[in-house]
Each structure stands twice: as structure tokens, then as C-alpha cells.
Design a protein around this ligand. Sequence first.
Ligand code: F6P
Length: 329
Amino acid sequence: MAQFDKKIQKIGVYTSGGDAPGMNAAIRAVVRVGISQKLEVYGIHNGYVGMIENKIEPLQLRDMANIIQRGGTILKTGRSTEFMRPEGRARAAQNIKNLGLDALVCIGGDGSFRGAHALWEEHQIPVVGVPGTIDNDIFGSDKTIGFDTAVNTALEAIDRIRDTAASHDRLFIVEVMGRNSGFIASHVGLAGGAEEIFTPDANTTVEKAIDRINEAKSRGKTSSIIITAEGQKPGRAYDLADAIRKKSGMDAKVCILGHQQRGGSPTAADRILASRMGAAAVDALFKGYCDVMIGTEGERLIQVPLDLVYKNEKKNQLDLISLASVLAT
Ligand code: F6P
């Protein structure tokens, strides 16, 4: 675990990658814990884009008023291609040094942590990461900020879809987000009583799904819901519907939940997680730790080296899918 021995006085905080509900609660915790410890705290706008363009401003206690319940990120976010090049990172690092910022807190996903690790390695800027993504696909942390809210948002939509599916005796395919991971799909599938769940883990096939739906029909079930992760193979929800139609003649309605899963007021669980992680990030910097991410192991907060985080893949909980399959009979 990397350490630095400078006493910190000024820190910066930024959100990067896809926004996630609870990011504001994390920013609030960083700013308020920082200021309570006599630090000056600066907000970097639009993630690495703003770091390169020097969009950095001081934040005060009152700037944090009324944001704990708001989705999105008041600092805005971004995905910067320029920061992927050494010259881009050098410009960003120079801006941080010109302002006299001693350390940074990065709230984002694994791409953001790759950048944070480079800032430490190439420019000796200490950074602590806080995992903020609805996908929950971050190695080293059981939970990420925004995941619980996204799962609940998707679930609310699925409960509604079930009403209409049941009324018309229909099969629905509901696509959820998650990029290349299936965490949202497996959780939503279990909690929503899905008949079949497709994730990028190649856990099922079109043939198996058709068999299960036919079996369910023979037991008297008249409507079904398939949950599919956007990153699953053989393809997105419409491709899956086509494949099912071609192989079985069954018609399926498709519903892609999309970006609504990223918005909305964070759940209590996400606000609490974000507040704890934001506070722990500042605490870690005070103790001289850097190049680490604050993660969770059960209820406990832990520190995980950033390079371990982005070099490793977090495995989906396939036992949830097996359980969903037993329960949806
Ligand atoms: O990482 C969060 C996420 O919402 C993924 O689930 C999704 O694949 C991606 O971001 C979409 O990104 P964008 O909003 O840039 O299209």
C-alpha cells in the first residue's frame, strides 16, 4: 500500500465516468469531513476533462446543502480521451500542482481509478478512490455507490411490467444496464421473480430459456419475464427476442430500461455507503495512505490498492441466478 509523508492542507474531489446516485452524498462527506479537519477542499468539474481544462473551484460547507438526496453529481462528470495520453495527464497534474492541491479523492469506476493510479505513479499526486458506479463491477468492494438505487429503480419498472404482462398473458424481455457485467441483472432478476436471467457470464442459452418458459406454461403460468444484461451474448434484448421468435415462434415484447437506472434520489443504503466511504477517503489521506480505493467487505470498510482494483475482474454472484431459477416456478 502506497504512503506519502506530506501533511495535507488542500485537497480536491472529482467524479468521473458514468454518474451514479449517491455521488453527491460522497462529495458532501469529503467536503464536510475535510473542512471539519481544517482542510481547504476544491471541486474539480467534469472529472478528468475539468482537471485538464483547470475547471477547479473551492467548495464551502454551504455548497453541500440539500444535495444528499439528489441523484447525478453536482460536480458533473466526464469521460476524457485526452487524459488517456501522457501529455493530457501532465497538463492535469500541472493544474493540480499550480493550485497547491496536496491530494485528491476520485469518485468513479475502474477506468477512473486507472487514471488516478497514473497520477500517483507519473506525477506523485496522492489519490484515494471511492467506488461510484451503478454497475457494481469493481473488484475489491462488495458494493459500489449507486448500485442499490439502480437495482430498486429497475425493480420498480419490472413490477409495473409484470402487471401488464399478466393482463395480456405475454412474455417480456427487460434489458438492464451493467456494461460487461451482470450484477444488476442477477439482483433485479432474483428480486423481480424473473423466469430467466441472461448475463455476460454465459449462464444460460436461448434454448434453455425457451424450455423453461414452455415448462412454466405447462404448469399454468401465462406470462413470463426474462431479464437480460446489456452486455450478454448472443446480443441485446431485440436480438434475444428475435432468436426466441425464430427458434420457438414465441413473441416477446422488449423493454430497455436504459439511463433511467442512473438517475433518481439515492436509497438510504447508497447515502449511508457514500457518506461512510467519502469520510474514510479523507481519513486515509490524513493517515498518509494513497493509491488505494475504499471498498467494503461485508459491513466493514477496507483499503485496496488501485492497481489491484482495475487489473482484476469481480465475479458475479451466480448463486443468485440459480436461486431465482428455483423460485420462479
Ligand atoms: O457504467 C455505468 C453505465 O451506465 C453502464 O451500465 C452503461 O453501459 C454505460 O454506463 C453507459 O454509458 P453512457 O451513458 O456513456 O452511454
